[in-house]
Design a protein around this ligand. Structure first.
Ligand code: KDG
Length: 315
């Protein structure tokens, strides 16, 4: 296994029309979840990927399970549980691709996952564990599950990557900060947005953000800036990667997860910082031009074609 992640999988209802959700009449059933999108991104790039989760023992849970397995992701650590319906998420999308999400996941099936259920043998066969702030924000024992997972991962020599993914619909800035700072001493690779860095560190200056995350022990710090590109630092190196223009912005959800998958792909393949950042930027740009949280995640060759590094035969 190359990569393992832990998360809540959701049925995402994407609106067929743009504009305020109260006027949307039709939705398309899709699949979402930050860590799950990341797993799909990794699997499509060719990394051997595992997803640890709990889904409802219902039609939606079965659908997500099969969807994830269909992407070639290892689902041996996913269980369908009774008494907790699979989480839902309705999306509102505006003309420019931006939007809001409305969660129905108050008692997520992941609340049945306990720290004791984590399988150390499963974790230790991977190279990297990826965690984000979404899973602990949902509630239950999810925070304790992540603390246990990163402890086991560290003891077994895995790299740990972390995206704060702070969802203020799920918890307050104060609670997010108090909880997520506890992960930092274990983290090797930080993949953050600018606002999230400000919430966690009270810092907006890029160089200071990098310095502060590194003071906890991170080797890589990446600041994702959306349409402005990304900034990264590895040990003493520093690089600013220009944004890559998407063909069109249709739906911005999932771009950050795709970016993370691209950057981790680069790290695990020993690429230099600028190559990893450019590759990750390309994936972010590809994700936003497709509707859905993970449909736009590319295969490896698709990224090369998008970057103009591989010839495309169209017909
Ligand atoms: O996982 C969540 O909380 C979501 O909102 C689902 C989305 O697929 C995810 O946030 C995208 O990062």
């Amino acid at each position: 296994m190359d990569v393992i992640t832990i998360g809540d999988g959701m049925i995402t209802f994407n609106p067929v029309t743009t504009g305020p959700m109260r006027f949307v009449e039709k939705y398309i059933k899709k699949v979402g979840g930050a860590e799950l999108n990341f797993a799909i991104g990794c699997a499509r790039l060719g990394l051997k990927t595992g997803w640890i989760s709990r889904l409802g023992n219902d039609e939606f849970g079965r659908y997500i399970y099969n969807y994830v397995r269909g992407e070639g992701i290892d689902v041996s650590q996913v269980k369908l549980v009774d008494g907790y319906p699979t989480s839902l998420n309705f999306k509102e999308i505006m003309e420019d691709g931006s939007g809001r999400t409305f969660y129905y996941r108050n008692d997520s099936p992941t609340f049945t996952l306990t720290p004791e259920q984590l399988d150390e043998d499963y974790i230790k066969q991977a190279k990297l564990l990826h965690v984000t702030g979404v899973f602990p924000a949902i509630g239950g024992q999810n925070f304790q599950v992540i603390m246990k997972a990163i402890t086991l991962a560290k003891q077994n020599g895995l790299l740990i990557s972390f995206d704060p993914n702070i969802r203020l619909k799920l918890w307050s800035k104060e609670k997010a900060k108090e909880s997520l700072l506890q992960f930092l001493p274990y983290v090797d690779i930080v993949l953050t947005g600018e606002e999230e860095a400000d919430i966690l560190l009270g810092e907006t200056d890029h160089k200071q953000v990098i310095k502060k995350f590194k003071s906890f022990g991170a080797k890589y710090v990446v600041i994702k800036q959306g349409e402005k590109g990304s900034i990264g630092s590895y040990l003493d190196e520093y690089f600013e990667a220009e944004a890559i223009k998407p063909r069109k912005v249709v739906d911005t959800v999932g771009a950050g997860d795709g970016f993370d998958a691209g950057f981790i792909y680069g790290v695990l393949n020993g690429w230099d910082l600028n190559r990893s950042l450019r590759f990750a930027n390309a994936i972010g740009a590809m994700v936003v031009s497709v509707s859905g949280d993970n449909e736009g995640l590319p295969y490896y060759e698709d990224v090369l074609a998008f970057l103009g590094e591989k010839e495309v035969v169209e017909r």
